[in-house]
Design a protein around this ligand. Structure first.
Ligand code: NAD
Length: 497
């Protein structure tokens, strides 16, 4: 049994209890409905307390040498490594993913900490000596004039805010806060209200790593707390990960309040299967992409386009492989797919399955009929064949284990079908043809692209490059973009007379 109970806020280096008038929400284990504890809604009051704490901590932290700042991250990484099993157990209990998925996501988060420890190099500025010569006064041209030097520094912004989704409660916050604080900012995180306990545990450990009080804060709650943070006068930058609906609102509101904003949003990702593809790689890649994390990934490949006669071998092989996925509680050995996060998510997924049936797509694997526990938020792998671009199961993000397969005559037709999507988070192709790959990579409208891989996963060292309605902003999460997002440039021009 995982111990969770009450998720406290973490403000000024301490656990803080308290709710706004809207009280607290109960969190249950989606695999069995057992209560796990309560998450308070901090409301405007606790949001403000967290920002004030971060504002107070900022000057001291920004003036701490970057080499000393990253020592806290080195220590934090060790602490996290030694707590990885416990935190993964909390993720499994409150989110429902399998233990292997939980550990994998924590590892990807730890990659972000490792990258942020390179801040002394990443935030280094540039100089250009003798950018000009001043001859206007003090020196004549004959004397050569006075040299002018120029340099650019990268400096922290101030208080930064992160608003994060339920599907990776530990990994996604680590796209934000480690780099933000390594760059000298202070940070306030508002995690998802659906699975707050693992995020809380992750943040509480920062004190043991030596981060001074106020550098990293956490406040719980729902959209109202997010709105209070993103419009707060003392907040300089907002990093959001979540649905397109919320991201569009947050982008407009935060930008109108003068903040720097990046919003990593929803998706509907396409996998293209060429007739010459390696069959095993295509089936395995699509299986993992569509049903991994129970389809609750912004990089889930939830639409397949079979090109030419590839559907003849791909569809039966995928259906057979999907039938073998063991659906059950994420903490049980041998389970390949856990439950959805809660009953609302299950209802939404079931509604989409019905929409697909009603629209005339062929339901070749029905996740409602899968062998799975009777209680809990379970839906098995679901596959529609002969779906078409106008259907809601192809256009809209379902965020569950539902895969829609379309068919196209040619690669160009398939690319055109995929490009009709309002989203552009990722697209992949399975083929042996370099020519097809080149055509695909140059014309598909997706910022994360894969060749013969199911999920071109975000890596700490590269930006997570969603396009279209999968992203609002200019600088993406991770990689160089995150360094630039969490710093400002400051240019100095010097003339010594
Ligand atoms: P969500 O948008 O419901 O919630 C995300 C966060 O925003 C939560 O903290 C929530 O409290 C807050 N929020 C929700 N509505 C808000 C509003 N109107 N104003 C202010 N704050 C609001 O998302 P979710 O259901 O938790 O997560 C799933 C979504 O996240 C999917 O759409 C998925 O594709 C997306 N996602 C995207 C990425 C990416 O990198 N592009 C990564 C992970 C998840």
């Amino acid at each position: 049994m995982v111990s969770t109970a009450v998720a406290g806020h973490f403000i000024d280096g301490k656990q803080v209890r308290g709710s706004s008038a809207s009280g607290s929400n109960a969190v249950t284990n989606p695999a069995n409905g057992e209560p796990l504890g309560n998450v308070p809604d901090g409301g405007v009051e606790f949001a403000d307390r967290a920002v004030r704490s971060a504002k107070q901590a900022f000057p001291g932290w920004a003036n701490t040498p970057v080499g000393d700042r990253v020592q806290c991250l080195f220590r934090y990484k060790q602490i996290l490594e030694s707590n990885i099993e416990d935190i993964a157990d909390i993720v499994v209990a409150e989110h429902g993913k399998t233990k292997a998925e939980a550990i994998g996501s924590l590892r990807r988060g730890i990659d972000c900490i490792e990258y942020a420890t390179a801040a002394p190099v990443l935030i280094m500025g540039n100089t250009l000596p003798q950018i000009a010569v001043s001859t206007s006064f003090c020196r004549t041209e004959d004397e050569g004039g006075v040299g002018i030097d120029s340099q650019v520094d990268r400096v922290p912004l101030g208080v930064c805010v992160g608003i994060t989704p339920f599907n990776f409660p530990v990994m996604v916050p680590m796209w934000m806060w480690p780099m933000s604080v390594a760059c000298g900012n202070t940070f306030v995180l508002k995690p998802s209200e659906h699975d707050p306990f693992s995020t809380t545990r992750m943040i509480e450990l920062v004190s043991d790593a030596g981060f001074p009080p106020g550098v990293i804060n956490l406040v719980h709650g729902g959209p109202d707390v997010a709105r209070a943070l993103i419009t707060h006068d003392d907040v300089r930058a907002v990093s959001f990960v979540g649905s397109t609906h919320a991201g569009a609102e947050i982008y407009k509101t935060a930008a109108a309040s003068g903040k720097r904003v990046q919003c990593m949003c929803g998706a509907k990702n396409h996998s293209l299967i060429m007739p010459d593809a390696n069959r095993g790689a295509a089936v395995d890649g699509v299986l993992g992409s569509a049903f991994g994390n129970t389809g609750q990934r912004c990089l889930a490949g939830s639409v397949v386009v079979c090109i030419g006669d590839s559907a003849d071998w791909f569809v039966p092989a995928l259906v057979e492989a999907s039938k073998k996925v063991v659906v059950g509680p994420g903490d049980q050995a041998g389970v390949g797919m856990g439950p959805l996060v809660n009953n609302a998510a299950k209802d939404r997924v079931l509604s989409y399955i019905q929409q697909g049936v009603d629209a005339g797509a062929y339901l070749v694997l029905d996740g409602r009929e899968c062998k799975m526990p009777k209680t809990g938020c379970f839906v098995g792998p679901t596959i529609f064949d002969r779906a078409t671009p106008d259907m809601s199961i192809v256009r809209e993000e379902i965020f569950g284990p539902v895969l829609s397969i379309m068919r196209a005559e040619t690669l160009d037709d398939a690319i055109e079908m995929a490009n009709r999507s309002e989203y552009g988070n990722m697209a992949v192709i399975f083929t042996d043809s370099g020519n097809a790959v080149r055509r695909f990579t140059r014309t598909i409208q997706a910022g994360m692209q894969g060749v013969n891989v199911g999920v071109p996963a975000p890596m700490a060292v590269f930006p997570f490059s969603g396009w279209k309605n999968s992203f609002y902003g200019d600088l993406h999460a991770n990689g160089d973009d995150s360094v630039r997002f969490f710093t400002d440039s400051r240019v100095l021009v010097t003339r010594w007379i």
